[in-house]
Design a protein. Structure first.
Length: 180
């Protein structure tokens, strides 16, 4: 019987991938240089401070401050200071004119008596309530930043332009002094 270990392919000396002295020198140098370079790169990676990706400022002080800023603020205004209160015409020009001049989204046009008549019949309080809380496509206060008294003045201005005879609301201090 033939023995598997006696094959002619395995006869003779075993040879490795290094065949010349030049290849041996290159292999020895690389066996020392490659691990040293790998160690240097790992040390520099570990010892450097974490740096965000280019264009990312998610962890900067300004970005964190923007994310944790208060949702809203409270502003206290003195309602008795009539000098700073806006007139009905000023409120209309600043906030209401965008929709009520052109009749956008079903808003009654300024001065259109036929459209305003049924609304005027409901009275000033109902009109003011609609303006303060919003109605249809109109947001609360028409999306503006005015006091309730100023919104009331704007409502009176628009209603009076359509034929109503509402009296413009007075500032609380002015109303108290007028009653005396």
């Amino acid at each position: 019987m033939s023995d598997a270990h006696d094959s002619p392919a395995h006869d003779g000396p075993h040879e490795g991938p290094i065949k010349t002295p030049k290849q041996l020198i290159v292999a020895v140098v690389l066996s020392f240089v490659v691990p040293i370079i790998a160690i240097i790169l790992l040390v520099s990676y570990v010892s450097t401070e974490h740096q965000p990706a280019a264009g990312s400022d998610g962890f900067s002080a300004e970005a964190v401050a923007r994310r944790i800023q208060p949702v809203g603020t409270v502003e206290l205004r003195d309602a008795s200071d009539a000098a700073t209160l806006k007139t009905g015409e000023q409120v209309f020009a600043a906030q209401c004119t965008a929709c009520h001049t052109a009749g956008v989204a079903g808003a009654p046009k300024l001065g259109d008596e036929a459209t305003w008549a049924p609304r005027i019949k409901t009275g000033f309080e109902a009109l003011l309530n609609s303006a303060l809380k919003g109605k249809g496509a109109m947001g609360a206060q028409g999306g503006g930043d005015f006091s309730d008294l100023e919104i009331g003045r704007g409502v009176v201005f628009m209603a009076n332009k359509a034929g109503a005879k509402f009296e413009e609301p007075k500032a609380p201090a002015a109303a108290a002094s007028a009653a005396k």
